[in-house]
Design a protein around this ligand. Structure first.
Ligand code: FES
Length: 160
């Protein structure tokens, strides 16, 4: 994978060296790195090991244990669809199917052009307006499959 840029390295170092936590650990440092860059690049593993005076293997052990860490850069846009119980009852599975067809995906992940990161969510906290999706962290509720597809089509139109 391509190395991170010098600017990204500076952001990474600042994020892990200036953690506002009473106790700095490998886990807190990995979280700080991912919060800052959106993922944990190889360089973060090395820097977190150095900061915590431990080995790269130890840091990998922690990072790979938690499924919330990602090791590749996220897409430019994020799309999350809730498939929690309320959304499920209100038709989330039809929305999911249509969106995954539109994005050419058969699971969570990045579109082939890397522009969109697609995720399932177990509750976006807006059950009263289910079914719900989040596009670039903005929620839309009472969705139909057509409205969901339109929101995502707007993203791909805007990127070109
Ligand atoms: S179950 Fe979908 S927002 Fe809560």
């Amino acid at each position: 994978m391509a190395a991170i840029s010098e600017a990204e390295r500076e952001r990474l170092l600042e994020a892990i060296n200036n953690q506002r936590r009473p106790t700095v650990t490998v886990l807190s440092s990995l979280l700080a790195a991912q919060d800052e860059l959106g993922y944990v690049p190889d360089e973060a593993i090395e820097e977190v090991a150095a900061l915590n005076d431990t080995t790269i293997n130890e840091v990998w052990g922690v990072a790979s244990f938690y499924t919330n860490f990602r090791f590749t850069p996220p897409g430019k846009h994020s799309v999350e669809v809730c498939w929690g119980p309320t959304c499920h009852l209100k038709g989330a599975s039809r929305i999911l199917r249509r969106l995954m067809d539109q994005l050419g995906l058969d699971d969570e992940g990045e579109t082939a052009d890397g522009s969109i990161s697609f995720k399932f969510n177990t509750c976006l906290g807006a059950c009263s307006v289910a079914p719900v999706m989040s596009v670039n962290h903005r929620l839309s509720g009472r969705l139909t499959p057509e409205a969901a597809c339109e929101r995502v089509a707007d993203l791909t139109d805007a990127s070109h």
